[in-house]
Design a binder for this molecule. Sequence first.
Ligand SMILES: [Zn+2]
Ligand SMILES: [Zn+2]
Length: 159
Amino acid sequence: MATTIKHCFCGNGFTFEQCCQPIINGKVDAKNAEALMRSRFTAYVLKNYQYILDTYSSAKRTHITISELSDSAQDTQWLSLQVLTHHCQTHTAQVEFKAFYQVHHTYYVMHELSGFIFESGKWLYNHGTMQKGSGEFSPERNSQCLCRSGKKFKKCCGM
Ligand SMILES: [Zn+2]
Ligand SMILES: [Zn+2]
């Protein structure tokens, strides 16, 4: 029987243990804004809101609570992530991504341009700007299912 490699939730092709887990556990720092962005997506999948809070910039962190974060994502099931672009300057960076998620039986895509800052030796999330094309969408029946099962949508979540 062939063993399938379980890819990290952020979808970059590595396993969770090689990818977002050591960043979320605090064993290593995210090496750039994209790695931090990926680890934050994975933390949302795992409902690790403490990590989400801890990776906001200090200016933003004081205005957010863990219960607000968990309430806002309560019915959200995060499915997959697509990183589109990553631009890095010395102390700021921008990552453009699409995150796919599901609320009950409806599918959504969030297309965001995120801004990051390098603060106290770490990359942190500062702000996000919603891009065109965000909102409800219907997955193609013959495309790969967004839940990363490796099956076609129509034979998996779309049944
Ligand atoms: Zn990852
Ligand atoms: Zn599925």
